[in-house]
Design a binder for this molecule. Sequence first.
Ligand code: V47
Ligand code: SF4
Length: 373
Amino acid sequence: MGIEEIIKNSNISDELKRIAEKVFTDQRITEEEGVLLYEKAELAYLGTLANFIREKKHGNNTYFNKNFHIEPTNICIYNCKFCSYVRKINQEGAWEYSLDEILNKVREYNGKPVTEVHIVGGVHPKRDLHYYGNMIAEIKKIRPDLHVKAFTAVELEYMIKKAKVSLEEGLKTLKEYGLDSIPGGGAEIFHEEIRKQVCDEKASTNMWLEIHEAAHKQGIPSNATILYGHIENYFHRIDHLSRLRNLQDKTGGFNTFIPLKFRKENNTLSHIGEVSQIEDLRNFAVSRIFLDNFPHIKAYWPMLGKQLAQLSLSFGVDDIDGTIDDSTKIYSMAGATDKNPKMSTEELVNLIKQVNRIPIERDTLYNIIKNYN
Ligand code: V47
Ligand code: SF4
């Protein structure tokens, strides 16, 4: 008996059986059905559907890349309630690297086979479009082969506004300096009711979506995230996924969706606590089922921990990001268990093999570099 038959003959509700039927016949589920999945579906049922889609799209392939992060500064003009990382100028714990320091970080990778640098930081009041553009150009002089995935829509809005140019012009300028793609951060929760409570000051939902749309139109691909597990409810999560699915229908420019679990240490939402690991897996699965037009779902292991990232591979996830090389602080400051996130290629490959999947090293755009099977 195939899994379709098992679900048909099981004693789950008719409404969940109808959703399963849709998934098995490649039909899109509605927002109401998405909420129903969150509210009513068991973990095993969600895993079965999400894994069906994952294997249909990618078989057992599980992608990772060799990358490192640069966080130019944690000084930020905003005060997002969930942020453990933000500092003000001269505050204890603040950092801002000079251009030379940043370039030295890139030079440390000379001769190493990394393919991507991921650059994200706070919104520094004194830095602008040309400072960051020049930084990218200088990085490219050192490593012309490196893919530069840089700046969340929040950072982009600020630097483009400050330069007094249109979104299109600002993005075009950055592309000319060498920007290759845009990471998914800054999305948080799109629904205005939640956004105004957790990050009222920074780029609005519409601005986030407009920036990604404008980037896609110029051939700059991007990722998308959700920051879940704080004050939002299931309806807000589905609303978020729905806005992303609509934009992806329009542009096709998103590569990967990355659900980011709210971590509670050292921020003003600490009292809320964190959702369970079961909820993390359910969230990956619903994301995979709802976002039928997103090629990839990523589990960001520095935030989740290695074992949960491994488990997520049975709940719709096909990508576990990269080797990272201890170059990010965002999650260790927010309480992630791994204080020095770093995995050798061998460790990443073994992690994937232990759960009978095929480790594939990819570049940022999912071109296959090496099959480790
Ligand atoms: O936008 C901040 C999140 C994001 C907390 O595109 C927190 O490949 C959990 O976007 N608990 C930045 N999350 C990181 C990001 C990212 C990470 C990995 C890969 C990619 C990609 C993008 O970090 C922020 C915010 O949503 N964040 N504080 C916290 N306490
Ligand atoms: Fe600034 Fe980003 Fe932290 Fe918000 S999440 S305060 S924009 S660094």
